[in-house]
Ligand binder design. Structure first.
Ligand code: KG4
Ligand code: ZN
Length: 340
């Protein structure tokens, strides 16, 4: 089955071609228009998707060496995400499916992240625990199987990636700042500033806005020159507190869940310190640890196509007329969702 998949939920315009579960080509363009605004501007994101969508689809098809007329299934992200951005991707995909007289499948963005590590690792041992960390989401989910998910924890305020981006912005880094924070923190001293470890209790929920505010107050008392000089130490200390909290929650969820494997997914799963710590914890607990390849951590169409294939082969059929759903809790997927 030749699959064309499209992802456009936020600021990545992405298309992929898969032959069943095997990725043939992936073309992802991160929109640069948002950099000077310090965050994603929804209106600009929608317009950029309009400009980029045809080019990413054509490039993916060319790289795969396949003509679009041979596509058997078209899939696109239906939510959650920015409504204007989702509409561009889903309408493009539906229009193409109609023109080709092929089926269309709407995909849940977070559900696609959950399975993204399988793109390179193959089938994972179940149940597996996923730490899903991105610019918009921070979740701990136990995956028993397809459409069998148990949300163990989520953030009460900011997402982890959002905290990285906000702290990076405070210190003059451009958006999105996560990768640069990762790089600069490696040069800093994580013990230089004692920031509070958020939610250091035994719950599996997260909170990062208090930590972010603590960094804001610390920087406010510094001159510009001092803040510039201290940036690596500030970032290393922020990251140490943020990840200490994340690791507490993961440890707690591993203990509770009887998980057979530990998985990280989403943009922040690219973080080098987080990967190190998760690997160490998994080794201590005697469970295997899986990460998606870096290009499958952030938003990408490969994971959308892969999930479409999984659902298709499992015979799970959702409503073909699924509208875009900017808010679409993962818990509403499967049995009991009125839209299924
Ligand atoms: O999954 P993603 O591409 O988009 C969303 O759905 O949000 O994640 C983007 C987020 C941004 O907040 C970005 O700063 C963060 O992932 N990020 C990182 C790293 N690479 C990307 N955060 C920490 N360390 C990294 N290496
Ligand atoms: Zn995402």
């Amino acid at each position: 089955m030749l699959i064309l998949s499209i992802e456009s939920s936020c600021d990545e315009s992405s298309a992929a071609i898969l032959q069943d579960s095997r990725l043939l080509a992936l073309e992802t363009r991160t929109q640069t228009v948002h950099r000077s605004y310090g965050g994603v501007v929804p209106e600009l994101a929608g317009r950029s998707h309009l400009q980029l969508m045809d080019a990413v689809v054509q490039t993916a098809a060319q790289q795969a060496g396949r003509a679009l007329v041979n596509v058997d299934l078209v899939a696109a992200t239906a939510g959650p995400g920015l409504v204007g951005s989702l509409l561009v991707g889903i309408n493009y995909a539906r229009g193409l499916a109609t023109a080709l007289d092929r089926p269309f499948r709407a995909v849940h963005h977070l559900e696609a992240h959950l399975w993204s590590a399988e793109l390179s690792a193959g089938e994972l041992p179940r149940p597996f625990l996923v730490l899903l960390v991105s610019g918009g989401h921070t979740l701990l989910i136990l995956v028993h199987g397809l459409r069998d998910y148990h949300v163990l924890g989520s953030t009460r305020d900011d997402a982890l990636g959002e905290a990285y981006d906000k702290v990076g912005k405070l210190l003059g880094l451009s958006f999105p700042a996560g990768a640069e924070v990762d790089r600069l923190a490696a040069e800093g001293d994580p013990t230089r500033f004692a920031f509070p470890v958020p939610m250091s209790d035994s719950s599996t929920d997260f909170s990062f806005s208090g930590l972010k505010t603590a960094v804001v107050y610390r920087v406010r008392n510094m001159s510009d020159t001092e803040a510039r000089k201290e940036t690596p130490d500030l970032l290393a200390s922020f990251q140490a507190a943020a990840l200490a909290s994340v690791m507490l929650k993961v440890e707690c969820a591993l203990q509770l869940s009887g998980s057979q494997a530990l998985v990280a997914a989403g943009g922040v799963a690219a973080n080098s310190q987080l990967r190190l710590r998760l690997r160490k914890l998994a080794a201590e607990r005697g469970v295997p640890c899986f990460f998606p390849e870096l290009e499958f951590c952030g938003d990408n169409a490969a994971m959308i196509g892969y999930l479409a294939w999984k659902l298709e082969t499992a015979g799970i059929r959702d409503r073909a007329s699924q509208p875009v759903r900017p808010r679409w809790p993962l818990e509403l997927l499967g049995a009991g969702d009125a839209s299924q």
